[in-house]
Every structure is written in structure tokens, then in C-alpha cells.
Design a protein around this ligand. Sequence first.
Ligand code: NAP
Ligand code: 8YV
Length: 325
Amino acid sequence: MTPANKPDLILTGPMMPLIEEQADQLFTVHRLAKAKDRDAMISEIAPRIRAIATAGHFPVNGALMEKLPKLEIVANFGVGYDSVDVKWAGEHGVVVTNTPDVLNEEVADTTLALLLQTVRQLPQAERYLRAGKWLEKPFPLSHTLRDRTVGIVGMGRIGRAIARRVESFGVPIVYHSRKPATGVSYKHYPNLVAMARDVDVLVVIVPGGAGTKNMINAEVLKALGPNGILINVARGSVVDEPALMEALKSKTILSAGLDVFAEEPRVPQALIEMEHVVLLPHVGSASHHTRRAMGQLLVDNLTSWAKGAGPLTPVPETPWPTKRK
Ligand code: NAP
Ligand code: 8YV
């Protein structure tokens, strides 16, 4: 494409070189992160912008999109797109794409690692060795996955990949979602509190956003009980974080393994100071291999749309072709 017919694209923040380099070849790229005055930059380029590429927590909301009269596509880096107002986009004929499937196995691997780390207290054991304490006496015995039932909250693409791995550990699996999932034989609980009462581990892997906000609340944690372990690899917003900290402090539940937090990258000091939890800095999909696949899918969505062939992975709320308004 010549510079004259390259569509104008906003990058809401710095992205991996694979995305930035291909974007520069295909689009006239406007980098919000490089703007001295972001609002002034948006006002200046607004009439020309046809695409946005975004990642992380940058809010692509109605207030931003309504300033861009020619906006057609928002390409999100990540399968979760809770930072994009898809309702507004759907109502205004803007298609939103995400990066499903290419990260399922990586996120499921990370989830199982976090589950085992939490149950067997492996990070604590490693810290023990490094501190030279093994020389004094053996590390105390840990909790176990044996005799536990794992309840998965969300049986979608990643939930299924997690379940397949948990099966190989020989422990029972049940799940909660609004509708029973097709093609799985695990017991379905339409009621989350009822499931929490029956299991010893809850693994949370639902989308973020208004529909799931604080669904893991004090009532669910009480039902999970004093032997219960919470693993959250979904979004921080899905867990009522103050209620979780209280439940951990009061031993209402046993422990938690968390990859995601309410105000990332800020993690409450009270959690950091708890020796009996395992905390990861949102690394579920964060390998070179998987981030490359996610980045390429974001670019492929934009390329296919720019060629007129339509985006590859539009989200369900903004089906293609859109109804342009
Ligand atoms: P998916 O295929 O769309 O599956 C979502 C599952 O959640 C479905 O089983 C769905 O079933 C259930 N669900 C949705 N809303 C619900 C509600 N209100 N109550 C109960 N269940 C609900 O999504 P996915 O590809 O597996 O990804 C799931 C999420 O994982 C992403 O949206 C993202 O937030 C998170 N994630 C995190 C990381 C990380 O690095 N930690 C990486 C990737 C993804 P029903 O519709 O029947 O309820
Ligand atoms: C990414 C994720 O870390 O795909 C998701 O929903 O949470 C992760 O894979 C994140 O989207 C990067 O912006």
C-alpha cells in the first residue's frame, strides 16, 4: 500500500515489535503513548482514524470511539476484551476482534502450575531453601491435591484445556457456567454457591466485565470453606478482592493462587505480606511462543479487514459484517 491509501490506525500503547513493525507497513500509525498531549493528538487525527489496536487495561470506551467518525475496527491483543465497550461498538457498527484459542494451552499450563504451587506450597519451599533454612530442618509437610474435587468456574476454550489437564491428576472435576457446556461430561452446577460448597478448589476462568464483577464474593468463599483453595486466572474484577483478603486472613478459606488483580499492576500490600498465598504478575499467556501467536492474530485480523475480506476473529457482540451507522 502507498502511504496515501494506508488506513490510519491508533496504537493505544506500546506493543510487541512483531505488531508495531507490521502495523507500520500496512497502516499510517498514530502512537498515543508518544503524544505529548493525548487529547490534542486524538482531536487532530480523529477524522481519519479507521482502526484501533489495543492491549491491556487501556479503556476503549464510547467516549473515545464516538470521537472517531470513520472508526471501523478495534483489534484487541488478548482473548479477554473487557477494556473495550463492545456494546457501544456493536450499536455503532464497529467490529471488535480478539485473540482466542492460540493461548488456550499456555494459559492452561500456567493454571495447573499455579494450582500445584499453591497446594504444595512450592514457592514457599523454594524461598526456604534459598534462605538456608533447609540446613536447619526439613521444610514442613504441605497440603495436597489428593482427595480434592476441582470446580472450574467457566467451561469455555481455556476452561476445557484446564479440565483436560486436571483429569490427568486423577481428581474429580465439576464446573459452573450459565448454560451447560456442550461436549463435556463433567457435572454442571447452575448455582455457583452450591458448587463452592461441594468442592475444595475453585479455578476461575470466565470473562471480566459487568456480568461477572465480584462473582467470587464473601458468600462463595464461605461456601468454599476452611480447606478451600481459590485459583484466579480470569480477571481481578471477577473476585471481590477485599472479601478475599478477609477470607484469607480469617482462615475462612485455606489459600489462593492469583495471576490477576483488581488494580493491575498494583497488588494490595496485605496480599503481598501473606505467606500462604501465591501471586503471579498476570503471566497466564506470557511466553514468547504464545505472545507471538497472539500478536500475529491481531495483525492478521487487521490485514484481512483492510483487504476487504473481513476480520478473522470478531467477538460475538460485534458480528461481521457489521451494520454501519
Ligand atoms: P470463553 O471461551 O468465552 O469461555 C467463557 C466461559 O465463561 C464459558 O464457559 C461461559 O459459559 C462462562 N461464563 C461467561 N459469563 C459467565 C457468567 N456470568 N457466569 C458464569 N459463567 C460465565 O473464554 P476463554 O477463551 O476460555 O477465556 C476466558 C477468560 O480468561 C478471558 O475472557 C480472559 O478474561 C481470561 N484470560 C486470562 C488470561 C491470563 O493471562 N490470566 C489469559 C487468557 C484469558 P456461559 O456463557 O454458559 O456462562
Ligand atoms: C494477556 C489475557 O496478558 O488474553 C487475555 O485475556 O489476559 C492475556 O493473555 C493480556 O490480554 C495482554 O493484554
